[in-house]
Design a protein around this ligand. Structure first.
Ligand SMILES: [Zn+2]
Length: 351
């Protein structure tokens, strides 16, 4: 049995296979209409995300399978104080595969330990969102036909954006990928992400989208949120600088791919929507097909893969991340690798 907690749970070969299957599904959906007949997907959304839940539901139904689950914690037994582990054990009886979203970081790791069916992480707090990254990779592959030899511009909130960190993790495994990191000083890519994925990789940092756009093969836009700034005048100064519009695209390559994880607020002007380089609506469609490929693959695969999430108990350490599942899940062993919490990847403090 396999799970998908983080995009790096999959090798590049496995990602290539998933992308190839998803492309075939786009070409010939009828071939897969009964691929999961009689199978049940449990969609456990401990926090609401209508878009992601619908994408999973649509994917399973397109494969001939059925879906059950809940769309917020208030409508589940969690509201009565049930632990995540107990909920997952119970759902493992009813479903053949689980897609879960949870506000606590590391929750899918806890789930994958007790589940007797494959677990897909559909987002855990600000931590991972691997099916978004798979969606991004399918979009890149469909547009460019490759993952290597690309100049990838990522623009906006590079500090808090989990989709950005996962995309960098995934793309940094390919040859000759150059990253252009476009962000204001306050929202620059954190050093730990650079150290983990960009050491030895070519990357440049800038706060100027217009100057950078001409060399890009991919431009990945993200939302800049006002509440991320300590100084409101700084937000006022920067918010319009990163609005992509038709004028800014004048110097861009003819085969640029413009991506955005959606929902957008105003960081891409509507005058870009009809541009053939705008791929963000195709991206949403790709999300459905890559989830179909993922569900099909996980239901077929035997064996265990949770080796990445092993650790040791250490009575002297305490995870300092308030959003970590280790603080709320009753009876959970608090595990560390060195001084890093296994569940949320953050450095722990000595008690
Ligand atoms: Zn933690």
């Amino acid at each position: 049995m396999r799970n998908l907690v983080d995009i790096l749970d999959f090798t590049t070969k496995e990602i290539d296979e998933l992308v190839a299957v998803a492309k075939d599904m786009i070409e010939s959906p009828e071939k897969y209409a009964h691929a999961c007949d009689g199978k049940i997907l449990g969609t456990l959304f401990f926090e609401p995300s209508t878009r992601t839940r619908l994408s999973f539901t649509s994917a399973m139904m397109s494969l001939g399978g059925n879906v059950l689950g809940f769309s917020e914690a208030a409508s589940s037994s969690v509201a009565k104080g049930e632990t995540l582990s107990d909920t997952i054990r119970m759902v493992s009886v009813y479903a053949d595969i689980i897609a879960m979203r949870h506000p606590k970081e590391g929750a899918p790791i806890v789930a994958s330990r007790v589940a007797t069916v494959p677990v897909i992480n559909a987002g855990d707090g600000g931590h991972f969102h691997p099916t978004q990254t798979l969606t991004d990779l399918l979009t890149i592959s469909r547009k460019k036909g490759r993952f290597d030899n690309l100049t990838v511009g990522i623009c906006g909130d590079l500090k808090y954006g989990r989709t950005v960190h996962s995309l960098i993790a995934a793309m940094s495994r390919y040859e000759n990928v150059k990253f252009v990191l476009i962000a204001p000083e306050e929202l620059k890519l954190p050093d730990y992400v650079k150290e983990e994925f960009l050491t030895g990789k070519t990357y440049v940092e800038t706060d100027n989208l217009e100057n950078a756009i001409a060399e890009l093969d991919i431009l990945y836009m993200t939302r800049i949120q006002a509440e991320r700034f300590t100084d409101p005048t700084q937000y006022e100064r920067l918010k319009d600088v990163y609005i992509l519009d038709a004028a800014k695209l004048k110097s861009a390559k003819a085969d640029l791919s413009i991506m955005h994880p959606l929902p957008r607020v105003n960081e891409i002007a509507v005058d870009v929507d009809d541009d053939p380089r705008a791929d963000y609506f195709v991206q949403a469609e790709n999300g459905r097909y890559i989830r179909m490929a993922l569900i099909m693959m996980l239901l077929k695969t035997k064996g265990i893969n949770d080796v990445r999430y092993k650790g040791e108990e250490n009575a002297e350490l305490e995870c300092v991340n308030p959003h970590c599942i280790s603080h709320t899940e009753r009876g959970l062993k608090k595990l560390f690798v060195g001084d890093t919490c296994v569940y949320c990847d953050q450095h722990a403090a000595r008690k």
